[in-house]
Design a protein around this ligand. Structure first.
Ligand SMILES: [Fe+2]
Ligand SMILES: [Fe+2]
Length: 348
């Protein structure tokens, strides 16, 4: 298993360095960081009363395809549960950042939270036991503040090192939330770290197998909403049917929880069957958008960090998700993806 190590510095919105590149994220390192914030107390503010959050959520869930999921009663109960939630000021400031600089992420954070509440109502008992934990849905992508906007909003295929920088938002979010929530074991910090992990261990950043039901809920909502949204790398979103087929396929392969996907599908049915009785069709009738370049990686500009020669020979990893290493044709030195990622970060 990979070690959780930072490949770029993690900072706050006002550019205060939290941890430098190269830091191994051990519990001790995080405790040391948290100790620097001990004593700081933050004001808690009602989530729905903050800025335009209330209007923004309503505007999004009224529109197709979300209106199908958030039918009358669902919408009402979701809003009632959200009303109970209060966030500390720094958390709300992160939402402001995304609203201003990356509206897609802002919208996505609100939707994932609302959707996760909906699914949790079916899959878990007593909202008072899980509603606070599910606030994590709103914070899962906070680490993207450390991803340069040129990478986050690039509408061409990413290079391998840019892809690495993007995927690293998981560990950056883990550090940021550990710091502000003053606990690296807080659920929100765990979700930031693990929401791209998969049940079969094929995810990132560590390739661990996802087991926690609530993280499974957020992970499924995350994939589903990403498919339904226009993105820089895919201007045309997936239609609802194709998006549901896509996540069904992921559940079939053991990447997402079958029950969670079944619940998402039952929420899309008019008669709202109980998720346990919701039959899932495995027939593929949908058509993914043709202009989708998600996951396409170009290996152009593989410059050697040592001699800057532009051609580097690739060495195939033995197992999936194992580090790919390279050998420079110029100076013969060996490098791995982390070295190339560091080089890429220096450019921004
Ligand atoms: Fe993410
Ligand atoms: Fe996300």
């Amino acid at each position: 298993m990979k070690k959780p190590k930072l490949y770029y510095p993690v900072h706050t919105l006002d550019n205060r360095l939290l941890l430098p590149a190269g830091k191994l994220l051990t519990p001790e390192a995080l405790d040391e960081l948290i100790a620097t914030s001990k004593g700081a107390s933050y004001k808690a503010i009602s989530f729905l009363e903050y800025g335009t959050v209330y209007q923004d959520i309503l505007r999004i869930i009224r529109k197709p395809p979300y209106d199908k999921i958030f039918q009358k009663l669902n919408k009402k109960v979701t809003m009632i549960l959200m009303k109970k939630i209060r966030f500390i000021e720094p958390v709300l400031e992160f939402l402001d950042y995304f609203k201003k600089y990356d509206f897609y992420t802002y919208r996505h954070l609100l939707v994932v939270f609302a959707m996760a509440i909906n699914l949790a109502r079916d899959l878990l008992e007593k909202p008072e036991d899980w509603i606070t934990a599910l606030m994590a849905g709103t914070m899962h992508d906070f680490g993207k503040v450390c991803v340069p906007l040129e990478v986050l909003q690039k509408n061409e295929p990413l290079s391998r090192s840019e892809r690495g920088i993007l995927e690293h938002h998981t560990l950056a979010g883990y550090v940021i939330l550990s710091y502000f929530l003053q606990n690296h074991q807080s659920f929100a910090a765990q979700v930031a770290k693990e929401h791209h992990e998969r049940k079969d261990g094929s995810g990132y950043p560590l390739g661990i197998s996802l087991k926690d039901r609530m993280i499974e809920i957020i992970a499924a909502c995350d994939v589903y909403d990403a498919l339904l949204s226009p993105r820089p790398y895919r201007p045309t979103p997936y239609d609802n049917r194709t998006a549901l087929e896509e996540i069904t396929e992921m559940a079939k392969k053991g990447k997402l929880s079958w029950e969670v996907v079944q619940t998402l599908i039952s929420h899309n049915r008019k008669d709202r069957p109980d998720f346990r009785e919701c039959e899932v069709s495995t027939e593929k009738r949908g058509k993914p958008p043709a202009d989708n370049i998600y996951g396409v990686i170009v290996d152009k500009e593989m410059k050697c960090p040592n001699c800057h020669s532009s051609s580097i020979k690739k060495k195939t990893p033995i197992k999936a998700r194992e580090q790919i290493s390279y050998e420079c044709r110029g100076c013969g030195k060996e490098f791995d993806e982390d070295d190339l990622m560091n080089l890429e970060m220096e450019k921004h």
